[in-house]
Design a protein. Structure first.
Lengths: 313, 321
C-alpha cells in the first residue's frame, strides 16, 4: 500500500513535471524538451594544447581563459592597424559568442576520447581532405560553387546536425508531440522533424544535407539516430557514412544536456563524443536573413575578376 | 413521415460533402479526431495540388461551379495546354519544355466541389482591383524589373534566389510541384512545414501578442487560436518584399484550417490589405491527405539557371558591341 502510494505520488509529480515544461529540481529529468534553448559558450570543441592532460579548468583557470578569449574575440578593439580594424567592422554588435565557459568547467566540449581531441582521420579520408583543400585553395573564387556552403546560405557547419555553438544565432526552438520532435535551428532557419514512431530510415540512396533522423526515448533521454547524409555536408571531414547519435536529457529546469557521438569509420579512426549544455533562454527565434542584404558573395567574386584583369595586363 | 424525414436528412448529410454548394462545415456528423491534449488533429502530410486556378478564367465568367462533364473537359484542356512533354511548339518552345512532366506535380483534376476558381469571395472569383497607389507601385516595380532583370542576382525573383516561394506563402497555394505540407501539433503549438522551399512556421497558440511592429519577416509573424474545430492563424508583420499579388507590409492574413473528413482539411485564407486591395478577398483550397515523407528541397543545389541567365546577359551585352 505504501509502495503503491509512493509510485502514485511519483507518477503525479512526474506527470506534472512533463506537462509543466519543467524538470524537477531534485535532479529528476523529464521528457519535456520544449522551449527555446541556447548553446552559446566559449568552451572550444577541442581541448587547447595549453590544457593538454587537463579535463577541467579550475575556477581561476576558467576566469583567466574567459578573460583572454573575450579579449581576443573583441571586435570593438581598434589596434591602429587598418587591415585589422577594417576586419573588425563586423563589430561586437553582431556577435553572440558568449563570454563564459560551459557549465561543468570542461576544457573541451569533446568528452571522448579522453584527450578532448577529434581522433585522427583514416589515411583515405586524410588524402581526400587534402585534395579538397588544395582544390579549394586554387579555385576559391572561380564561382559561387567554390565558396563554402555557409557563404552560399545552404548549410551552416555548426547548425548541424550535430549542433554546436557558433558566433551568433545559437538559438534552438523545440516543439514536441507524441510522435515527433521538431527542432528549429535559428542558423539558418533549418527545421528538423524527427519522427518517434519507429519507422525505418529512408532508402539508402536518398541523401539529405541534414540527414534522416529517427528518435526514440531511452528512459527520459531522447535519442536521435541520423543517417543518410549527403557527404557534402562534411561535418569535420565526415562523409556520407556518418552515423550520428544525439542524446537530449532535460537534467534541470534550465538545462538540456546535449550529447552527440560521431561514428564514421571511413573517416575517423574511432568514434568521438561531445557534450554541450543547452540553456533555457527567454530569447525568441526570428527569421534568419542570410543572402538578403548581404553582398559579400558578389563582392568576393567581383574582386577576384578585377584582380585577374589587373594581373593579366 | 418521421422516417421519411430522417431518410431525407441522412441523404442530405451523405450528399453534403460532394454537393457543389456545400459549405466546408456541412458534414456535421463527422467529428475530427483529437490529439492527446484534445485539439482537433490536423497532423499528417497534405497536398494542395489542383488544376483549379486561383482566379476564375474568363471563359467561366458568371459560372462559379462546373458540371461533372464540364470539369472533366476543362481538366483535359488544361492538362493539354500545360503538358511539357509535347513537342509541337517549334524549337524554342520545345527547348523550354525540356523541364518536362517528370518534374511537375500539378495534380490532374479540379477541386472536389468543381469550383472554377479558388477565390470564393468576391463572388466573381477574381482578386479585387488594387488601390491606385498600389497599382502605381506594382507598375513601377514591373517596369524596373523589365529594365533591370539581368543586372545582377538582386534583380531576379525571390523564388529564383531561393529566398521565398510565392506559393509557399503564407498564404499557401498550389504550385507546379512540391505541394506537400506537413502539419505537426504539440500542446501550445502548430508547426507547418512547407516542402517548398523547406520553410517551417512555428505557430504559437498561447495567446501571446504579435511581435513589435518594427520587426518584419518574409513569412510574417503568425499566431493561432481555435474557433470550435477550426484553427485560425492570424499573420502580420510582413516585410512587404514578399508581395503576394501586390500586397505590401500592411497585409493582414487570416488562415482557417478545418478538418472536414479523414482525408481533407479545408484551408481558407483571407487577404486584408487596405493599402493594396480595394477590398478583402478569400480563397478556399482543399488540403488532401497524401503519403509522406516530405524530403529536403534542393533549391540552389545543382541549379545553374541563375548563373546562366546572368552570364547569358553579359555575353549578349558584349556581342552587342
Amino acid at each position: 500500500m505504501r509502495l503503491l502510494l509512493i509510485l502514485l505520488a511519483a507518477q503525479i509529480v512526474f506527470g506534472q513535471a512533463a506537462r509543466g515544461g519543467q524538470a524537477s529540481r531534485d535532479g529528476q529529468s523529464s521528457r519535456d524538451l520544449e522551449g527555446v534553448w541556447t548553446n552559446t559558450t566559449i568552451t572550444p570543441l577541442e581541448r587547447p594544447p595549453d590544457f593538454a592532460g587537463k579535463q577541467f579548468f579550475t575556477p581561476e583557470e576558467a576566469a583567466k581563459f574567459e578573460r583572454e578569449t573575450n579579449q581576443r574575440n573583441d571586435a570593438d578593439q581598434r589596434e591602429s592597424n587598418p587591415e585589422a580594424d577594417v576586419n573588425h567592422a563586423y563589430n561586437q554588435f553582431w556577435w553572440d559568442r558568449g563570454t563564459k565557459v560551459a557549465a561543468g568547467l570542461r576544457t573541451s566540449l569533446i568528452i571522448d576520447p579522453p584527450d578532448g581531441r577529434i581522433p585522427p582521420l583514416t589515411p583515405a579520408a586524410q588524402k581526400r581532405l587534402q585534395a579538397q583543400a588544395a582544390y579549394a585553395r586554387q579555385h576559391s573564387t572561380d564561382g559561387p560553387e567554390n565558396r563554402s556552403l555557409m557563404e552560399r546560405c545552404i548549410l551552416w557547419p555548426t547548425a548541424g546536425p550535430p549542433m554546436l555553438p557558433s558566433f551568433y544565432n545559437n538559438e534552438y526552438e523545440i516543439v514536441q508531440s507524441r510522435d515527433s520532435v521538431v527542432i528549429v535551428v535559428e542558423m539558418i532557419h533549418d527545421v528538423r522533424v524527427i519522427p518517434l514512431d519507429g519507422r525505418p530510415h529512408l532508402a539508402s540512396n536518398i541523401r539529405q544535407w541534414l540527414g534522416d533522423p529517427r528518435g526514440h526515448w531511452e528512459g527520459n533521454t531522447l535519442v536521435v539516430d541520423t543517417t543518410n547524409f549527403t557527404g557534402q555536408s562534411r561535418f569535420r571531414g565526415a562523409d556520407e557514412n556518418l552515423h550520428l547519435t544525439e542524446r537530449f536529457t532535460h537534467v534541470n529546469p534550465d538545462m538540456i544536456l546535449y550529447e552527440f557521438t560521431v561514428d564514421d569509420p571511413t573517416v575517423f579512426t574511432k568514434p568521438w563524443t561531445a557534450q554541450v549544455p543547452m540553456m533555457k533562454t527567454k530569447s525568441r527565434v526570428f527569421e534568419y536573413a542570410c543572402h538578403e542584404g548581404n553582398y559579400a558573395m558578389v563582392d568576393i567574386l567581383a574582386g577576384a575578376r578585377t584582380a585577374e584583369k589587373k594581373n593579366a595586363k | 413521415m418521421q422516417a421519411r424525414y430522417a431518410a431525407l436528412v441522412s441523404a442530405v448529410i451523405f450528399l453534403a460533402p460532394i454537393s457543389p454548394s456545400a459549405e466546408p462545415t456541412a458534414a456535421k456528423s463527422w467529428i475530427a479526431p483529437r490529439t492527446p491534449d484534445g485539439q482537433p488533429d490536423l497532423q499528417g502530410v497534405w497536398t494542395n495540388s489542383t488544376l483549379t486556378p486561383l482566379e476564375r478564367p474568363a471563359q467561366f465568367a458568371g459560372k462559379p461551379v462546373l458540371s461533372e462533364q464540364e470539369a472533366a473537359d476543362y481538366a483535359k484542356q488544361v492538362l493539354q495546354q500545360v503538358n511539357s512533354d509535347r513537342r509541337d511548339g517549334g524549337t524554342q518552345v520545345d527547348v523550354n519544355r525540356s523541364y518536362n512532366e517528370f518534374w511537375r506535380d500539378r495534380g490532374n483534376s479540379l477541386v472536389a466541389d468543381r469550383r472554377t476558381s479558388l477565390i470564393v469571395d468576391p463572388p466573381d472569383g477574381k482578386v479585387p482591383p488594387l488601390t491606385p497607389e498600389a497599382q502605381k507601385r506594382v507598375d513601377e516595380a514591373r517596369a524596373w524589373m523589365q529594365d533591370h532583370a539581368t543586372d545582377g542576382p538582386e534583380g531576379r525573383t525571390l523564388a529564383e534566389r531561393c529566398i521565398s516561394w510565392t506559393t509557399a506563402g503564407p498564404p499557401m497555394l498550389p504550385g507546379p510541384y512540391n505541394n506537400d505540407v506537413q502539419i505537426l501539433q504539440a500542446p501550445g503549438y502548430v508547426v507547418i512545414l512547407n516542402e517548398m522551399i523547406h520553410d517551417a512556421r512555428m505557430i504559437p497558440l498561447d495567446g501571446r501578442s504579435h511581435i513589435a511592429p518594427g520587426i518584419r519577416e518574409l513569412m510574417g509573424d503568425s499566431r493561432g487560436h481555435w474557433e470550435g474545430d477550426t484553427l485560425v492563424v492570424d499573420t502580420t508583420n510582413f516585410n512587404g518584399e514578399v508581395s503576394f499579388r501586390g500586397s505590401d507590409s500592411n497585409l493582414h492574413l487570416t488562415e482557417r484550417f478545418t478538418r472536414v473528413s479523414p482525408d481533407v482539411i479545408q484551408y481558407e485564407f483571407t487577404i486584408d490589405d487596405p493599402t493594396a486591395f480595394t477590398k478583402p478577398w478569400t480563397a478556399r483550397i482543399p488540403l488532401n491527405k497524401t503519403h509522406g515523407p516530405v524530403y529536403e528541397y534542393a533549391c540552389h543545389e545543382g541549379n545553374y539557371a541563375l548563373t546562366d541567365i546572368l552570364a547569358g546577359a553579359r555575353a549578349a551585352e558584349k556581342s552587342a558591341k
